[in-house]
Write a protein that binds this ligand. Structure first.
Ligand SMILES: Cc1cc2nc3c(=O)[nH]c(=O)nc-3n(C[C@H](O)[C@H](O)[C@H](O)COP(=O)(O)O)c2cc1C
Length: 167
């Protein structure tokens, strides 16, 4: 691990992002943030921490353990799209559903320009499946669309972008 980091630095990298788990460990918690501290002390380029930073509190714990203030968000930002802003502002409340609803509808519309109907349906379900881990409204929506294949029906089930009320 330390040899790899040093080799990446000597090959000319300007910064290094490390997911604090091995491939064998997959996505299973915990991320080993303490290992990031060891890597950071071994290289002279900025180290960016990644893995299991899902809340503002996780961010602070990761910084304390790894010693680096820079992080990359993965699933946490999919579940809570305003997480980076909340970390910056040190706000611990979760995103409101009303704030998320227009993003969800916008994403659904954008997908129609790039994906086939089948893939579009799959992609919106993927995001709603993440959102339901945080938002009860997304849980309701998930059960309504889970087996749905029709883009027209999904159109009608998505929230009103102005009120957040589900269709
Ligand atoms: C929707 C999604 C897409 C991802 N795509 C990639 C990818 O294309 N390449 C990659 O190396 N990692 C990808 N990852 C993994 C992330 O880069 C990150 O390392 C991983 O999610 C662990 O961080 P987390 O615990 O904050 O989610 C993806 C993760 C998610 C949730």
């Amino acid at each position: 691990m330390l040899d790899n980091a040093a080799a990446i630095e000597s090959a000319g990298a300007g910064e290094l992002t490390v997911h604090a788990r091995t491939r064998m460990q997959g996505y299973a918690p915990p991320a080993h943030w303490e290992e990031l501290g060891r890597i950071r002390q071994h290289i002279n380029i900025p180290l960016i921490a990644n893995g299991d930073i899902c809340t503002v509190d996780d961010y602070h714990r990761c910084v304390a353990i790894s010693g680096t203030p820079d992080v990359m968000l993965g699933r946490g930002a999919v579940r809570m799209p305003f997480l980076a802003t909340q970390i910056r502002a040190n706000q611990t409340q979760t995103d409101s559903w009303a704030r998320l609803a227009p993003l969800l509808v916008h994403f659904w519309q954008e997908l129609s320009t790039t994906l086939s109907p089948k893939d579009r349906v799959g992609r919106i379900k993927q995001w709603i499946n993440y959102l339901r881990q945080v938002h009860p409204e997304a849980e309701v929506l998930w059960h309504a669309i889970r087996l749905e294949k029709s883009t027209q029906i999904i159109d009608g089930l998505l929230p009103n972008p102005e009120t957040g009320v589900l269709g």
